[in-house]
Structures are given as structure tokens and as C-alpha cells.
Design a protein around this ligand. Structure first.
Ligand SMILES: Nc1nc2c(ncn2[C@@H]2O[C@H](COP(=O)(O)OP(=O)(O)OP(=O)(O)O)[C@@H](O)[C@H]2O)c(=O)[nH]1
Ligand SMILES: [Mg+2]
Length: 447
């Protein structure tokens, strides 16, 4: 990767805004900005002035200039920020000018990528930058901010240290074969390994929560036509998002609404009622509903409480895949059933019309997905982190068996080595280039 060149990008969101910021990072950042601002301010001071085009001496805009010097900047390189007015024409003009003067347009995420490559932040922190920008709820934003400040890496570091200590003990015993057997019979080693497994369990659980906070929970509303799916979407969203009528087959397209349950981002997906239909539009809606069923984390299977034991509903229930599902009986305002969870029947009674049973529904959803309201210390995480932790956990478990059952030091050492590699992938100490490329390409430009 070439970090020798100087990159530039508009860092503020596209479109019109009060302020527009252009970022410049690399060895020539100061030299390129100098002829535009005339005189650079002292490091970390802002100076107001006119930005001019040095080719024509024409003023382009006026605003603030900020200067940072390597390594004390976001990227760890020399950085200049030009903060002008947020009009696209002005900003594009300035950006083109920077390119004329020797900068290159930055790729998405390239500033953060440089921060990572220059050792300013590790990979979990770099990812947290993007997750903070994309956060779907306050709790997700707080968790991202915590990861950005090292909250996740700091949890991995002691595990890595313990893992390395254990590897050192085992591998040094392997170097002295005459003592190996004694050493491996020492219960202390297996005990340390067991403790490591225990610490992993805790981190795994918290990482799962972090992934949930980032991705949110997908809930598909499924049921026969007129069961009240769209009414429930509207009730949960708190506004009239979907068309509701008493005509069966009202919803055809898949509709989405984003809500939060105790800070957990939740994607609610309303679908076409499932039934046999000869209408090609409705058929397509039903096909899409099935796709949503596949992708959902949780299925809410709705039925009209008046249609007790309706064979169509029972047939639908039987067709649902094995994944978290809540059977919801709707319209209890018409039947007089008691709102909330009926443990005996395993169903949840609600009225999408009056809102009865909705708090219980939210509670059930949280329970089902194992979400705990984020207490302090929760960090945001990604699926790739979880996968790596699961892999490391499996290796350490294998090492435990090698130690206690087989007294096979070589095997244990190899498993622990692989566990450490998996951990190093999380922080980016050991990460393939193509994975890095993929991570950073999903950033916005200018970050
Ligand atoms: N009384 C009462 N009526 C309800 C309730 N929920 C929905 N309805 C009515 O039931 C009818 C169908 O509601 P929808 O929300 O459109 O049902 P749907 O499941 O989305 O139907 P399709 O889109 O056709 O699959 C409408 O007339 C709603 O007003 C409820 O809790 N109580
Ligand atoms: Mg509908």
C-alpha cells in the first residue's frame, strides 16, 4: 500500500450545508495547502482567511484552515483541513485544485486506513469509526464510541497475554522432553487453560450483544391476509407507515420500519399475507414474504384471535423454519382475551388497534434474542469478530482436551497458536490484505 502520496477528499456529507470540510493527508499536505491559504496557521490552531486559486489569484471561498503535523494527527501523517462553505460547487472546485497541486482523490475509508497502517488505532477501532457513523440507535452509537476508545481491544489484550503465557509454558516444556510428561500432568496448566476458556465465554457473550447493537434485529411480520400485520407495523412504528384496509391482500410489497427497543435497533418487516392467490402481483408479494422469513432473526406469526384453531394458521405454523418465533393472536379487543403472554398456550395476545399487549411483545422480543439493555462497558462488534472469537474458543477447548485427556503437549501448543492467530485477526495484528480492503471500502469517502 502506498502511503507516500498525499490524499484529499471532501469530509462532510454531500449536498448543501453550512460548512464544508476538505481533508488533506500525506507528506505534501502542508506544501499543497500553502499557496491556497497564503500562510499556514501554527499547528493545531485555526486561522480564518481567503482561499485563493494560486493559478489565477482568484478568491474561491473563505474559511478556516487547521494544520496538524505527523504523527499527531488522525492519520498519523501531516494533515490540513480547509473548512469553507458547504456548497458542492465550491467544494468540488477546491478539491480539483488540490488534485492539480499534487494530491490524489482518497478512496473510501482511506484516512482511517492510514490511521490503522500508521499504528494510531487498531482494526476494531477503525471499524468502530464506521460503526459510529452508521449507528442506528443511541445505544449503538455509545457502544461504537466505546470500541473506538479501545473498549473492545482492551478486552482482547489480557486474553492474548494469558494465551501467550500459556503457550510459552507449554512450548518450553516441549523443549525438554524428559520433563514434558511431568509438566503436562501438572494440574495448574489445565487449570489456567480452563480459566482462559471461562474468560472467553464472557467476552463471547458481550461480543454477541455488540453485533446485535450494530446489525439490529430483523423481525418479519407473517400471517394470513387481514391478520393485522400492517396494523402491528404501524402500532410499533408509532405512525401510519403501511396501508391498512379490511380487504384481504392489501399489502404486496415488503415494507420496513426502524424502531428501537431499549436502544436495540430493530428492523420490522411487513409482508404480504400468505395464502393461495392467482393474482401475479400478490404472488410476487408472497414470494418476497418467504424471502423475508428466511432472513429474519425472529418471526412474528400473526393470526386473528377470532379464528381459533384455524387450519390455515396451523398449516402456516408448520411451514415456518426452525428459528425464534412468537405466535401472536391479534384483535383481542374483539374477543376479550387477556393481553400479554399466555404461558399455557404459548401465545401472545395483543390488539394492534388499541395497543394492548404491545409492551409484553417488546419484552418477549428482547428475551428471545437474549438482549440485555446495554450496561456500561458494552462495545460494538461485527460478525467477523464473533467468528474469530468462536474459532479461538474452539481451539482453546481442543487444547484443553489435548492436555487433560491425551497429555499431548504438541497438539495443545498448536491449538493455542491457532487461537492466538484468530485473536490477532480481530485487532488487525495479523489480517489478510483483501479483508482490510473489504473493511475500508465500506467506509464513506473522507473518513
Ligand atoms: N378490531 C381490530 N381490528 C384490527 C386489529 N388489527 C387490525 N385490524 C383490522 O383488520 C383489518 C386488516 O388489517 P391489516 O393490518 O391491513 O392486515 P394485514 O395482515 O396487513 O393484511 P394484508 O396486508 O391483507 O395481508 C383492518 O380492517 C384493520 O383495521 C385489531 O387489533 N383490532
Ligand atoms: Mg398488510
Amino acid at each position: 500500500m502506498n502511503t507516500r502520496d498525499t490524499i484529499a477528499a471532501i469530509a462532510t456529507a454531500p449536498g448543501r450545508g453550512g460548512v464544508g470540510i476538505i481533508r488533506l493527508s500525506g507528506p505534501k499536505a502542508h506544501a499543497i495547502a500553502l499557496p491556497i491559504v497564503g500562510k499556514l496557521p501554527p499547528v493545531r490552531y485555526a486561522r480564518h482567511g481567503v482561499f485563493i486559486d494560486p493559478r489565477t489569484q482568484d478568491p474561491i471561498d473563505d474559511g478556516l484552515c487547521l494544520v496538524f503535523t505527523a504523527p499527531h494527527s488522525y492519520t498519523g501523517e501531516d494533515v490540513v483541513e480547509l473548512q469553507g462553505h458547504g456548497g458542492p460547487v465550491v467544494l468540488d472546485y477546491l478539491l480539483n485544485l488540490l488534485v492539480q497541486l499534487g494530491a490524489r482523490l482518497a478512496r473510501p475509508g482511506e484516512f482511517t486506513e492510514r490511521a490503522f497502517l500508521n499504528g494510531r488505532i487498531d482494526l476494531t477501532q477503525a471499524e468502530a469509526v464506521a460503526d459510529l457513523i452508521d449507528a442506528g440507535s443511541t445505544a449503538a452509537a455509545q457502544a461504537a464510541s466505546r470500541a473506538l476508545r479501545g473498549g473492545f481491544s482492551n478486552r482482547i489484550a489480557p486474553l492474548t497475554t494469558a494465551l501467550i503465557a500459556l503457550r510459552v509454558s507449554i512450548e518450553s516444556a516441549l523443549d525438554f522432553p524428559e520433563e514434558e510428561i511431568d509438566f503436562l500432568s501438572d494440574p495448574l496448566i489445565a487449570k489456567q487453560n480452563q480459566q482462559l476458556l471461562h474468560d472467553f465465554d464472557e467476552l463471547l457473550a458481550q461480543t454477541e450483544q455488540g453485533v446485535l447493537l450494530r446489525e439490529g434485529m430483523r423481525i418479519a411480520l407473517i400471517g394470513q391476509p387481514n391478520a393485522g400485520k400492517s396494523s402491528l407495523l404501524n402500532q410499533l412504528a408509532g405512525e401510519d407507515r403501511a396501508i391498512v384496509t379490511d380487504i384481504a391482500g392489501t399489502t404486496r410489497d415488503v415494507l420496513r420500519a426502524e424502531i428501537q427497543i431499549d436502544g436495540l435497533p430493530v428492523h420490522i418487516i411487513d409482508t404480504a399475507g400468505l395464502r393461495h392467490s392467482d393474482d401475479p402481483i400478490e404472488q410476487e408479494g408472497i414470494r418476497r414474504a418467504w424471502l423475508e422469513i428466511e432472513q429474519a432473526d425472529v418471526i412474528l406469526l400473526l393470526q386473528d384471535d377470532r379464528d381459533n384453531l384455524c387450519p390455515n394458521d396451523q398449516a402456516l405454523r408448520a411451514q415456518m423454519p426452525a428459528k425464534p418465533l412468537i405466535e401472536v393472536h391479534n384483535k383481542i379487543d374483539l374477543t376479550g382475551a387477556i393481553a400479554g403472554f399466555n404461558t399455557e398456550r404459548g401465545i401472545l395476545n395483543i390488539s394492534a388497534k388499541t395497543g394492548a399487549g404491545i409492551p409484553e411483545l417488546r419484552f418477549q422480543l428482547k428475551q428471545l434474542i437474549g438482549f440485555k439493555s446495554t450496561e456500561g462497558g458494552q462495545f460494538i462488534a461485527r460478525r467477523r469478530h464473533l467468528d474469530a472469537l468462536i474459532q479461538a474458543h474452539a481451539e482453546i477447548a481442543a487444547a484443553q482436551i489435548a492436555l487433560t485427556h491425551h497429555k499431548a503437549g504438541e497438539l495443545a501448543a498448536e491449538s493455542l497458536r491457532r487461537a492466538q492467530m484468530a485473536l490477532d485477526q480481530i485487532t488487525g495484528k495479523f489480517t489478510a490484505d483483501d479483508l482490510l480492503g473489504e473493511i475500508f471500502s465500506n467506509f464513506c469517502i473522507g473518513k
